[in-house]
Design a binder for this molecule. Structure first.
Ligand SMILES: NC(=O)c1ccc[n+]([C@@H]2O[C@H](COP(=O)([O-])OP(=O)(O)OC[C@H]3O[C@@H](n4cnc5c(N)ncnc54)[C@H](OP(=O)(O)O)[C@@H]3O)[C@@H](O)[C@H]2O)c1
Length: 323
């Protein structure tokens, strides 16, 4: 089978497309014939050895896939050969086949296209976990989404609206803000062209109830400064490359909470919760309440180009690789 291998840690250009024997099926796993794989920011980190997870070389990046089940390990009863599924793989998804723990695999709606399913799990399940289970976002609350046109960001704009919040999208270009507005954002702030602090004062004079932060860097403490009483700051990621030092005096003054969001580990700690979250998300997709944006689908061999687009801040919504 074809696989995009990381044989030595480095930038996207160091990945190589190879033909290898399919992986062995482990206990409790299913084998998936991959139709498409979602591309995520952490894929760039894992190939450089900069992610919390460090697989042994060689490995394929690719933290989520959609495809058809080809084989099921003894004892796995919830899934069958032929099922159309999506899966959180962690890594290994940029390949024609991948073996995954059954607890990380869920059947997809019959009419969901492969590219949509491939880019669905990570962004929507992370955001559901963050807004629903961690922050308990309420209708009428004000939600600020940083990096709002990216993968998890655009999912947060959509889910925030679907949950009845007033959504302020912050992104790095006017083009990206047009996109967030088209996906339901009530306000937009170009934080590369304008001062985030003064714009937040203007559009959220009563403060921010929830901040969804996949970016980090300077923006985090600016958002914290504009937090409302009892606000919740969701620490989702550090796409800016900078892990901010949180100003504890602001946490005290705003009487607010800083909440870690470690969705990937939550899937393994609570597989039933993950299955329930995915079912709720698929229901919303079926009803038309979520509109996933796959901005580009590229063939598997173009994995380096897809990873470069994310790294260089050019991507919007989701990029997927088709197999
Ligand atoms: N906690 C969890 O469980 C979890 C789950 C999934 C992802 N994440 C994290 O969430 C973050 C976003 O992931 P993603 O897959 O949504 O990425 P993405 O699609 O590339 O979006 C990231 C966004 O961050 C902004 N950004 C600001 N500075 C950047 C920089 N120097 N380089 C690249 N982007 C920059 C970009 O928007 P602008 O240009 O508009 O600023 C971009 O749209 C990552 O840190 C990832 O590790 C966490």
């Amino acid at each position: 089978m074809r696989i995009v291998h990381c044989r030595q840690l480095g930038p996207p250009e160091s990945l190589v497309l190879e033909d290898v024997a399919p992986p062995e099926l482990g206990p409790g796993q299913v084998r998936i014939g991959v139709k498409a794989a979602g591309v995520n920011y952490p894929d760039n980190l894992i190939i450089q050895g900069l992610y919390q997870m460090r697989p042994a070389l060689p490995f394929a990046p690719g933290s989520e896939v959609a495809g058809v089940i080809l084989e099921v390990a003894p004892g796995v009863t919830r899934l069958s050969v032929g099922d159309r599924v999506c899966a959180f793989t962690g890594y290994g998804g940029f390949a024609e086949q991948v073996c995954v723990d059954a607890a990380r695999v869920v059947p997809i709606p019959a009419d969901m296209p492969w590219d949509v399913a491939a880019g669905f799990t990570v962004v929507y399940a992370t955001t559901w976990f963050a807004l629903n289970e961690r922050a308990r976002l309420q209708p009428g609350e004000t939600l600020l989404v940083l990096g709002a046109a990216g993968g998890v960001g655009l999912a947060a704009v959509q889910l925030g609206k679907a949950m009845g919040a007033r959504v302020i999208a912050a992104a790095g270009s006017d083009h990206k803000l047009e996109l967030t507005a088209a996906h339901g954002a009530d306000e937009g702030i170009n934080y590369r062209a304008h001062d985030l602090d003064s714009r937040l004062r203007a559009v959220a004079p009563h403060g921010l109830d929830v901040v969804y932060d996949p970016v980090g860097g300077d923006s985090t403490n600016v958002a914290l400064k504009r937090m409302a009483w009892n606000g919740r700051l969701l620490v989702v990621g550090f796409a800016s490359g900078e892990i901010p030092a949180i100003k504890a005096n602001l946490v005290l003054l705003k009487n607010c909470q800083v909440m870690g969001v470690h969705w990937g580990v939550s899937v393994d700690r609570d597989p039933n919760g993950h299955a329930e979250a995915m079912a709720a998300l698929f229901e919303r997709w079926t009803q038309g309440a979520l509109a996933p944006l796959v901005s580009e689908a590229m063939p598997l061999e173009e994995a380096p180009a897809a990873l470069r687009a994310l790294r260089d801040r050019r991507a919007v919504g989701k990029l997927v690789l088709t197999v």
